[in-house]
Design a protein around this ligand. Structure first.
Ligand code: SAM
Ligand code: SF4
Length: 492
């Protein structure tokens, strides 16, 4: 059957399904600290293009996925990507505003671009993403070397903005949109491993957690056309990819209405349709807001072996009083019941979390509640931060940032120490078990070893031995030992 036909068949199957239903140790790829500041390299080769752009990405996976959309728009407009900043005509930095430290890192990086601009005054420097959206034209005042400021919903206008900036004008577009999803743009993949790819399924967020700047920098929530998501995943599989990571700030509230027949697609339905593309295509997703992850989603994970057994379920705090101030819309007990439900349905599922220490008015008792919740949830891994007040958020407007830095850092350290123990125990439990590992490539340290991941998203390193495996294959690996960030095993 031709590719086109298979593709059409899958879309039809999907449409039918919608109609019927209308009635570290464990590295979370979506928040991979090791990828901060990663530069893009064109796969088309630098000889094809007369002009070149260089792009660095910071922050969450959505930003990395957006950089791939930007790369696609630029390549269609005559710019080829380069990893060599010295030869770039256009230097872009895709930014994050989530914590003050993230913004400071980007400010520092911008000062490093000054030298390049002095050496080549014709080079254009652009700030993209959340920091562009938050600071708007103010960025041009504060960072004199910046020529372009482009918010996350304005990437289609980049070619015009570049032309404008080329005439010596400063160019700004930070308009947020209610419907932009870039659904029709085929992202140019960052030069990743060719095995795992991000697929953006929605943009923005309506949740208004009081500490969070995202609703202000990324705008209202909107879901991408389900057919284009499915087509992108299918295309990735046809190109040899073995894993797709469905991305959104709150994937469980994905909801798309087909304008042709008004049928709805929920996240569970989308997940199922992607899982049905092929049993050897792994499906991951992130992030789940605890209030929105449904039993239907959990049952779908149970039903398909290729939907990975890993749920990132950020709790933020273990204290109901804090959760209320954070506007998370669930209580400690409600969250614990959700953990119980996941454990009951998916006993081999890893669960990870995000935690904030030292939010406004947090007492020692609230902090103890967070520690005991960590114990209860028994997370395999957590991303842990101390609270950083962000201008314009509900918390910045309503509450005093009254926990001193020493206390914030001490509480954070206590959370980190406990999580380290839990992660270590999680590792220990894996020793002696056998996992199906998707091979992503050579281990960083030793070319005689493979590196891959379990369904639970744990990194495994194991000797290649005399077996004939290649990147993208699945190997059965028995875990023999572990280091801080990695399981160690052998093929069986
Ligand atoms: N949408 C996701 C969710 O609801 O879990 C995550 C969004 S955010 C990019 C990732 C994490 O950053 C959050 O889960 C939270 O723990 C942390 N975060 C957000 N705002 C923060 C702030 N002002 N200070 C410290 N950490 C913050
Ligand atoms: Fe921010 Fe809350 Fe939305 Fe996550 S769900 S992006 S923490 S507002």
């Amino acid at each position: 059957m031709s590719d086109k036909l298979t593709h059409k068949k899958n879309l039809t199957k999907f449409a039918v399904q919608i109609k019927c239903m209308d009635s570290n140790l464990l590295i979370d790829k979506t928040q991979d600290e090791t990828r901060q500041g990663e530069a893009y390299a064109s796969q088309a080769g630098s000889g094809v293009f007369q002009k070149h752009f260089y792009i660095e990405s910071y922050g969450c996976a959505m930003n990395f996925a957006d950089s791939e959309v930007v790369a696609s728009i630029l390549e269609q407009n005559g710019f080829g990507g380069t990893k060599n900043i010295e030869i770039a005509d256009l230097i872009l930095i895709n930014t994050c505003s989530i914590r003050e430290k993230a913004e400071l890192t980007i400010r520092k990086r911008l000062t490093e671009f000054r030298r390049l601009k002095q050496a080549n005054p014709g080079v254009l420097v652009g700030v993209l993403g959340c920091m562009a959206e938050r600071l708007k034209a103010q960025l041009l005042e504060e960072e004199k070397l910046v020529d372009l400021v482009v918010g996350p919903d304005a990437y289609r206008t980049l070619p015009d903005l570049i032309a404008e900036a080329g005439t010596g004008q400063k160019a700004v577009n930070v308009l947020l949109s209610r419907d932009e999803t870039y659904g029709d743009i085929a992202p140019v993949r960052l030069d990743n491993n060719g095995i795992s790819a991000f697929v953006s399924i929605m943009r923005g967020c309506n949740n208004m957690c009081s500490f969070c700047v995202v609703p202000f920098t990324r705008g209202r929530e909107r879901s991408r056309d389900a057919f284009s998501i499915l087509a992108e995943c299918k295309d990735l599989f046809d190109k040899g990819y073995k894993e797709v990571v469905l991305l959104g700030q709150n994937v469980d509230s994905y909801h798309w209405s087909n304008p042709e027949n008004n049928t709805s697609t929920t996240f569970a339905m989308l997940l199922e349709a992607v899982a049905q593309i092929h049993p050897s295509l792994r499906v991951r997703f992130s992030t789940s807001h605890p209030k929105d992850i449904t039993d239907e989603v959990l049952q779908t994970i149970v039903k398909y072996d290729n939907i990975c057994k890993h749920i990132h379920l950020p709790v933020q705090s273990g204290s109901t009083r804090m959760l209320q101030l954070m506007n998370r819309t669930y209580t400690r007990e409600w969250y614990m019941a959700k953990i119980d439900r996941i454990r009951a349905l998916l006993p081999n599922c890893s669960i990870t979390s995000d935690i904030i220490a030292g939010f406004c008015t947090e007492t020692e008792e609230d902090h103890q509640d967070t520690l005991s919740l960590l114990q209860y949830a028994n997370y395999d891994l957590s991303y842990m931060y101390f609270y950083s007040e962000r201008p314009g958020t509900l918390a910045a407007r309503r509450y005093e940032d009254d926990i001193d830095l020493v206390t914030k850092k001490r509480r954070l350290q206590e959370i980190v120490d406990l999580q380290w123990t839990l992660s270590n125990e999680s590792n220990k439990r894996d020793v002696g078990s056998t996992f199906e590992v998707l091979i992503e490539g050579n281990s960083k340290r030793n070319e005689a070893e493979w590196m891959g991941r379990t369904s639970q998203n744990k990194v495994v390193v194991f000797p290649k031995g005399h077996f004939d495996f290649k990147k993208g294959d699945y190997a059965k690996v028995k875990i023999l030992d572990f280091t801080k960030g990695t399981l160690l095993g052998r093929i069986i």
